[in-house]
Design a protein around this ligand. Structure first.
Ligand code: ADP
Length: 369
């Protein structure tokens, strides 16, 4: 079926414009209505008043420097796919244009009716797919925000009645323990354990829903972050005679409070999921040109290969957890923090030998130490 297409041709060279129009008229797949503009001003006026299915754009125009033309068209008129026409057979130049938002480029001297027709069809299709993807991404973002707001409200509302229940149970235990039979007392104890588990879950959910991407990034001295966290976890290590080692840590770019939480969750997990023998935890961070690789390794129980990606999902707990309490949110929280930093988190582990959690953070710090 022959399609009707309205195309804006922006070209100040009369011979080239004539040739391209002739190619467009020859198209077998579509009936092209071509509007010609010879300056950027004329092109932008046309684009604001009319809908075009595609724009063929010569970047070198009398009223616009070559490196500014594309941006002026793409940033203001994002809907129509732009195909750059170049007389330079220069891949770098063309690639730059595509990176800046053009759908494709065509070398004028290599043009014929077929290549032009195909380029326009693909550009329209790519632009349509790109727009659909952007719409989905936006919908997903909005629906995530709603879900977060919901989780936050729910957790917040549940916190107060939980405090009342836990307080009342404590009063019964403290003041009426002598008056009730052992069976009732055991029920009270079980209820207190259940309420404390639920409180932990609610607190984790609240923290989880609060870790947002919008917090400010800054230079974070991981060395100080580590010392802050090690002060919190020191009593746990002293109690079990464990060792918490660290290499000299660099300054990275990130959200301080979130990186602290990340380190803390990973170190606390190493303590929780240790084995009988003495626990050793090592924290280190390598600086690479374009990323940092932070690692927290332990000599604990280890995680089976088939479970290694599952553990980053919320509410997932494994067989290896035994009777250790937890809500199954700690690592989901870590993943969320790493996502907020456009990074990646994974684990390398062997059952019975230990686990190394690795975090790759993009190095946005040009002068990283
Ligand atoms: P929680 O500790 O509350 O269960 P997490 O999300 O922090 O939640 O961890 C999910 C599961 O991953 C844990 O229940 C445990 O089975 C496993 N896990 C986490 N960290 C380790 C570790 N360092 N060594 C072995 N298993 C671990």
């Amino acid at each position: 079926m022959i399609q009707k297409r309205k195309i804006l041709l922006v070209e100040d060279n009369e011979t080239h414009a004539h040739l391209i129009q002739r190619h467009l008229r020859k198209s077998k797949s579509s009936d092209n209505q071509v509007v010609l503009a010879t300056t950027l001003l004329e092109a932008t006026q046309r684009l604001s008043s009319d809908d075009f299915q595609a724009v063929l754009l010569d970047l070198s125009l009398p009223d616009s420097p070559i490196h500014e033309t594309l941006d002026k068209v793409v940033s203001k008129f994002a809907l129509a796919p732009v195909i750059v026409l170049t007389s330079l057979n220069d891949l770098d130049f063309a690639n730059r244009a595509v990176q800046q938002g053009a759908q494709d480029y065509l070398v004028k001297t290599e043009l014929n009716a077929d290549t032009l027709d195909r380029a326009i069809r693909y550009a329209i299709e790519r632009k349509r797919a790109q727009r659909q993807l952007e719409e989905y991404a936006l919908e997903l973002k909005e629906s995530n925000q709603h879900l977060e707001a919901f989780a936050h409200t729910l957790a917040h509302e549940v916190r107060s009645p939980l405090t009342v229940v836990s307080g009342s149970l404590q009063v019964i235990k403290d003041q009426y323990a002598d008056l009730v039979d052992p069976q009732t007392l055991s029920l009270v104890n079980d209820s207190m354990i259940a309420v404390s588990g639920m409180t932990e879950l609610v607190e984790s959910l609240l923290e989880f829903s609060q870790a947002s991407q919008s917090e400010e990034s800054s230079h974070v001295e991981l060395e100080s972050t580590f010392f802050y966290v090690s002060a919190i976890v020191r009593p746990m290590f002293e109690e079990i005679d464990g060792k918490l080692n660290h290499d000299a840590l660099p300054t990275v770019v990130g959200i301080e409070a979130q990186l602290r939480q990340l380190l803390q969750n990973l170190i606390v997990n190493a303590v929780k999921y240790r084995r009988e023998e003495n626990l050793i935890v090592d924290v280190s961070c390598q600086t690479h040109d374009d990323h940092w690789l932070l690692s927290v390794s332990d000599n604990g129980r280890g995680i089976a290969v088939e479970d290694q990606s599952k553990i980053f999902e919320a509410f997932t707990r494994l067989e290896n957890k035994g009777p250790i309490p937890g809500a199954g949110i700690g690592l989901a929280f870590c993943k969320r923090i790493v996502d907020n930093h456009q990074g990646k988190i994974w684990v390398e582990s062997e059952i019975g030998a230990g686990s190394t959690f690795l975090i790759r953070l993009p190095n946005k710090n040009e002068h990283a130490e």
